[in-house]
Design a protein around this ligand. Structure first.
Ligand code: XBP
Ligand code: MG
Length: 236
């Protein structure tokens, strides 16, 4: 029996990457005096690494081989990332990034049927509450039994750690939950934790492969905007 929905955030609840996180990274870099500008297509490549701090490190190593890392490199990255989080929250506060189709409907339907809700994401916890509050209202973070986010586990997706953490904290057997993800890395994380996973693709993930997904949709759908099944069995 389905007892819980476990949502990914970025790319799943909302298309936050291109116009949210990417822009926030660029603002933080410019503010710190660096000419590192992440284009829409470069950012697509950088999304191979989950986690903002991890992504900045990867970028410097792969694309800025001449960059001389300061002695306190961890602190340097943490400071840049803190500035990025600040810019991200300012962007979210403008309300320019809406929830994807069907997200609000599904969350409300689950609540009314007593299905538990949780979040399993790589992004910082404050980014999750900011997005929920600006799209679903100030009370909405409390609708979730658990918001598992960011550095709460040492290994980010595609490691299963964040999903295992959610299962443990909710005392939930994996087969009682359904994960909703948008990316191959999120799918690998959830599947390794033994959780059935539904994928809703977006522009950054539409060409990825989702062999372990129970269902792949273009989005979750609304009455006036039906979803399309891209792979899997809609269960007739
Ligand atoms: C997506 C990510 C995050 C965001 C940036 O996470 O990989 O790193 O791109 O957020 P998910 P931070 O799809 O699991 O929600 O800079 O806060 O890491
Ligand atoms: Mg995602």
């Amino acid at each position: 029996k389905l007892r819980a929905l476990i949502f990914d955030v970025d790319g799943t609840l909302a298309n936050t990457e291109q116009d949210g996180h990417r822009v926030a990274f660029n603002r933080a870099f410019a503010e710190a005096g660096y000419d590192w500008n992440w284009s829409v297509s470069l950012y697509g490549e950088l999304l191979a690494v989950a986690g903002g701090k991890e992504r900045i490190r990867y970028y410097l190593k792969q694309y800025r081989p001449d960059f001389q890392p300061p002695a306190n490199f961890d602190e340097f990255i943490a400071n840049l990332h803190r500035a990025k989080t600040h810019h991200y929250q300012q962007l979210i506060a403008t309300g320019s990034i809406p929830l994807r189709p069907g997200v609000q409907r599904l969350i409300k339907a689950a609540r009314s049927q007593g299905i538990r809700l949780a979040i399993a994401t790589t992004t910082a916890p404050t980014n999750v509450t900011a997005l929920l509050q600006h799209t679903l209202g100030d009370e909405s973070p409390a609708w979730f039994d658990l918001i598992a986010a960011g550095d709460i586990v040492p290994a980010k997706k595609p490691a299963p750690d964040i999903y295992n953490y959610v299962l443990r904290q909710m005392d939930l057997p994996p087969h009682d939950g359904l994960a909703i993800e948008d990316s191959d890395q999120g799918l690998i994380a959830a599947a390794q934790a033994g959780i059935t996973t539904l994928i809703t693709v977006n522009n950054y993930t539409k060409d990825q492969d989702f062999p372990q997904a129970v269902l792949v949709l273009n989005h979750l759908g609304e009455p006036d905007q039906p979803f399309t099944v891209l792979a899997g069995d809609a269960g007739d």
